[in-house]
Ligand binder design. Structure first.
Ligand SMILES: [Zn+2]
Length: 296
């Protein structure tokens, strides 16, 4: 919460002369040391609404309403005190200190950066699948008979082997805290940045609006731990809210949706022309431990 201290209130008052402010709503005529007009808060034919420039105060002798410039704006514009303060700060060009809005903007900015990182990462993994370093992934894809159209449609990729992704993202200008927020890279006790997904076939999880939000990575070597590793939930990714392949399924002419268990189930059906398929991401804990219920 923002602290609106007395200094700030006074600064805003100084920047909004009450006669100027009220003149925007009421026709005021000088009367001795004060100004008089028809009260905007009750019906009257002769003016009983008085504004004092010296005291920066208004008072109506008809209905009894009165107060300072904040009270006037609250009553006139039907605002809360906080809103009247912001209203007058803007009118008087007074800069408010850090507000909840800034917190909100910071969070929005971080989410935006994370989305950009996920997009760059998707392309990085996907392009890497077609390079000689990805031989092990190419062999797996061949064995599973995934054709190139399918690889492209799902943006399937090959991860780095140590810190290739981290190095790539740094070259793209992303900050460490932004990269860590995506969970794509971890920092070890020595302070080194290590890719979370290593030597894995990568499946980006793409939102219904086409933005990659997370990744699943399948091991390609039986000695690696965990058949599947999946992104943890974060600012842009929720296992409850997202479904694998929904971005493709929503383009299907078939309005029904088939829910399957794993990435590869959805991908194989898609390749066979069944394109209204999505995979749930909520059982990913089972997949991570590679237990017997996993079909992928
Ligand atoms: Zn009045």
């Amino acid at each position: 919460m923002v602290q609106y201290n007395d200094d700030l209130k006074q600064e805003i008052r100084n920047a909004n002369d009450i006669v100027d402010v009220i003149s925007q709503y009421v026709i005021l005529k000088r009367s001795g040391r004060n100004f008089m007009g028809l009260c905007p808060f009750h019906k009257e034919k002769s003016p009983s609404f008085s504004v004092s420039a010296d005291k920066q105060y208004y008072h109506c002798f008809g209905c009894g309403k009165g107060g300072d410039v904040f009270a006037f704006i609250m009553e006139m514009e039907k605002l809360s005190f906080k809103e009247s303060l912001e209203f007058l700060a803007e009118r008087g060009h007074v800069r408010l200190p850090e507000t909840n809005n800034d917190e909100f903007n910071k969070k929005q900015y971080l989410m935006d950066r994370m989305t950009k990182i996920n997009l760059e990462t998707t392309n990085f993994f996907h392009e890497r699948l077609y390079t000689p370093v990805a031989k092990i992934a190419q062999d797996y894809v061949k064995q599973r008979k995934l054709d190139n159209h399918t690889l492209k449609a799902f943006k399937i990729g090959y991860s780095g082997e140590y810190n290739e992704l981290y190095t790539f993202l740094k070259e793209k200008g992303f900050k460490d805290h932004e990269i860590l927020a995506t969970g794509l890279v971890n920092q070890n006790e020595k302070g080194e940045f290590i890719d979370r997904f290593r030597r894995r076939l990568m499946f980006p999880i793409i939102s219904a609006t086409g933005k990659p939000v997370a990744f699943g990575g399948r091991r390609l070597n039986d000695t690696d731990k965990g058949k599947y590793i999946n992104s943890n939930e974060n600012l842009v990714y929720s296992k409850k809210r997202h479904l694998f392949a929904l971005n493709l399924a929503k383009q299907s002419e078939d309005k029904r949706i088939i829910l399957v268990e794993g990435y590869m189930d959805a991908i194989s059906l898609y390749q066979r022309g069944i394109d209204n398929v999505v995979a749930s991401l909520r059982n990913s804990i089972n997949r991570r431990t590679g237990d017997a219920t996993s079909k992928v």
